[in-house]
Write a protein of this length. Structure first.
Length: 753
């Protein structure tokens, strides 16, 4: 091939002695003279003859600068750039170049063709969109100067600067027909160098390069201020400078909380002193400090202004906590985080100053300190005695209960609950302490006034701790439908109360999310505790089965039906995205669901998925049996019983298959008792005929035996975002000959009574 090209070049030089030699313009060399057909013009990039056609040299250089592999000269004054030359017959190149008569620039209907030496593709056109804290959407167009068949694309991100330590480079590869990608697992508040290169058989192409900043993230939690001293109307604190790897530290806010008025802290109602007083909010911003001129010692209540906030003197009869917030602001995005109050840190009492006395003379302080030392000495001795007695009782209890079912829980723990959640926190054994802990939980949620709660006699089902009734809560003048769990907590045993407390904690702890069922509030009666939870009667399973057009239409109407699903492909993928987003939120809170299936996903207004069966919200519908989750259970659970978030990923893929099957039962031809053994031998759900390869490959990744090879929910969310760009390419509900719905077998999805 090389000898043939050399022969062509030699003949070209002999025929056109005035043509430029290959050494005159980089690595260019003549290809030949070919006839030009006007219908081929669309395959060429034309350059203005005034600027680029004065000579062969100019045409070749300009085409090379545009990354094209070929320069084509026509009729002395026109230069065409192309990725390939399409000459099939000899032309008549006799016209001298307009500004260099010693060179030939084609003819009226012929092209003098030169190779520029550019072999690899030029840069693609790129656009960055949907930038978040941890991901970006990159879109690109095929390079104009492809110079051959594009076989793939390589994307890379390199750390330039940010607020964290330098990060390693990242690289992704995509197929040649792809045009977008969502790059995930990025670090917040970081500037990256993004390159996108096309790949051909000749090698890696010229990169398109741009820089992007990811959005800043929530700041790292600051340390609680340390109390140094206190006066009648002021408290002196020591501030520990914060560190934030997710963005800049733009300001510090000092927060005063009056704990004599018990109210849960809510950042949305955090105001300056005057407005907080007007709105009867017992906490406020007393100062905003510049981090560049931060003095680590600060007097709360000195009556001055800091950053536009009035540092009001403290009331002598108040019971104050002092906290601190960190504000991060960049490119119009504002993030904040606040120190969590604790009662002891660095050996001193913090955030719990209490009422301040007016007598602060040294003699009084000596008396107070002496009394405190004596009091705590006695308390220490009593604590030791109680400890010895309690240890003896626990030892006796363990002797009586070898299965350790009554082991006391001491301090922070990490345990996997039987109900499918990871619980982290302090659940006290003592009855009084547990009551206090329950009160602390209730302080975080709305205590519903009795006249705002309407309890119906309609039974929705049976929950873990009692009946679940239909009802409504009056919120801002509008009745909101709720499921009301009626719990006779006064009749519970210690073990039942402890379990109920954990389940309530699990519903409170995650916080709110658009794709999670929400706790509305609690309402206490003398004998009952009502827990109101967001209620939507239809589940994802119900919506899917209802969407089966052929099963809900008369036989004489079916000839005119062109689709077998009443839902759009976009809405189905969007539902899966919502479920994945809700599970991503739980994954971030280290909460395992363990019971994920379409029947445990409520559908708000029939379109918005909300994951249910979380903690105390789980209940079994009236006239129905509990769900048997065998068909959604991951392989490793059958083997070892060890559960992780990747086990939820397996279940999510089963829910995705169930959704795409429009409510079909997973493994309908396999009896439940045989499923565990067959799944452990490698049985997985099949690809449905109306599902594209890329979507099914995503499900296959979720069913990998190696947990490390399964995607996280964050990665699933990013992948589903990309699929939503062209849903019809991945799912098609168009009716075709021989179509049959996947069978729905409710008896296989239920536990026999």
């Amino acid at each position: 091939m090389a000898s043939l090209e050399a022969l062509v070049a030699a003949l070209f030089v002999l025929c056109f002695p005035h043509s430029i030699s290959s050494t005159e313009v980089g690595q260019s060399y003549p290809i030949g003279c070919f006839s030009f057909r006007i219908e081929l013009k669309s395959n060429y990039f034309e350059i203005s003859p005034v600027s680029s056609s004065s000579s062969v040299d100019n045409c070749v250089i300009n085409c090379l600068n545009l990354y094209y592999g070929y320069a084509n000269l026509k009729n002395g004054d026109t230069c065409y750039c192309s990725s390939k030359h399409e000459g099939t017959s000899a032309g008549e190149c006799t016209t001298p170049c307009a500004r260099n008569s010693s060179q030939i620039c084609g003819g009226p209907n012929s092209l003098s063709v030169y190779a520029t030496g550019q072999l690899v593709p030029g840069p693609p056109e790129i656009k960055v969109d949907q930038v978040t804290e941890s991901s970006i959407l990159v879109k690109w167009k095929r390079p104009k100067a492809a110079n051959g068949l594009i076989t793939g694309y390589t994307l890379s991100l390199t750390y330039l600067r940010g607020f964290s330590s330098p990060l390693p480079p990242m690289e992704w590869e995509y197929a040649g027909n792809s045009s977008r990608a969502r790059l995930a697992s990025l670090h917040p508040g970081t500037e990256y160098n993004l390159t996108v290169s096309a790949v051909s058989e000749a090698g890696l192409g010229v990169p398109a390069i741009t820089t992007i900043w990811t959005q800043i993230g929530d700041p790292d939690e600051p340390e609680v201020p340390k109390v140094l001293s206190q006066d009648v109307n002021s408290i002196t604190i020591e501030i520990t400078p914060a560190r934030n790897q997710n963005g800049p530290i733009s300001a510090y806010q000092i927060i005063v909380m009056d704990e004599s008025v018990p109210t849960a802290f809510n950042e949305s109602t955090l105001f300056a002193y005057a407005l907080a007083q007007k709105e009867n909010i017992p906490y406020y911003i007393t100062a905003e400090l510049n981090p560049d001129s931060l003095d680590t010692k600060f007097v709360v209540g000195d009556g001055k202004f800091y950053g536009g906030y009035y540092n009001a003197p403290l009331s002598a009869d108040g019971h104050f906590h002092i906290s601190m917030g960190v504000i991060s602001f960049k490119d119009g995005v504002r993030k904040s985080n606040f120190a969590h109050a604790t009662h002891e840190q660095h050996g001193v009492i913090v955030l719990d100053v209490g009422p301040v006395t007016r007598d602060t003379s040294p003699s009084t302080m000596v008396i107070v300190l002496s009394f405190a030392i004596a009091f705590f000495s006695v308390l220490l001795v009593l604590s030791i005695v109680v400890y010895v007695v309690m240890r003896h009782k626990v030892h006796q209890r363990r002797l009586r209960l070898p299965d350790n079912q009554e082991l006391s829980i001491q301090g922070p723990i990490l345990e996997v609950e039987g109900n499918g959640y990871v619980h982290t926190g302090y659940i006290p054994e003592d009855e009084d302490e547990r009551t206090n802990h329950l009160e602390a939980l209730k302080a975080k949620i709305w205590s519903i006034p009795v006249n705002h709660l309407d309890v119906k006699n309609d039974l929705l089902g049976t929950g873990k701790y009692g009946s679940v009734l239909k009802g409504s809560v009056n919120q801002k003048g509008f009745p909101v439908p709720v499921a009301i769990h009626s719990i006779a907590d006064v009749l519970m045993s210690k073990a039942e109360r402890k379990e109920m407390l954990k389940d309530l904690d699990l519903l409170v702890r995650p916080g709110s999310h658009d794709n999670l069922i929400s706790l509305i509030g609690t309402c206490e009666h003398p004998d009952l505790l009502y827990i109101a939870i967001e209620h939507h009667p239809a589940t994802l399973k119900d919506v899917l089965l209802e969407s089966r057009i052929l099963e809900h239409s008369a036989p004489d109407q079916r000839d005119n039906i062109t689709r077998f699903c009443s839902l759009s492909e976009h809405s189905i993928l969007n539902t899966l995205l919502g479920v994945a987003d809700g599970m991503k939120f739980l994954e971030g809170k280290r909460i395992f669901h363990k019971k994920l299936c379409a029947s445990h996903v409520a559908m708000a207004d029939g379109v918005n998925p909300k994951i249910s069966a979380i903690g105390i919200s789980e209940y079994c519908r009236s006239q129905q049996s509990p769900t048997d989750l065998t068909r959604w259970t991951a392989q490793e659970i059958f083997r070892s019983g060890h559960f992780t978030s990747k086990s939820d990923v397996w279940a999510f893929a089963c829910v995705a298959w169930e959704t795409l099957a429009l409510g079909g039962t997973p493994y309908p031809d396999v009896p439940t008792r045989e499923l565990p053994a067959r799944i452990m031998r490698g049985l997985i759900l099949p690809q449905l005929p109306h599902i594209g390869d890329e979507l099914f490959q995503l499900l296959l990744q979720c069913w990998q035996v190696d947990l490390d090879e399964r995607p996280s929910f964050e990665e699933l969310v990013e992948a589903l975002h990309c699929l939503l760009d062209n849903p019809a390419h991945h799912v098609s509900f168009s009716l075709r000959s021989g179509f049959r719905y996947e069978p729905y077998a409710p008896e296989m999805e239920s536990i026999a009574k």
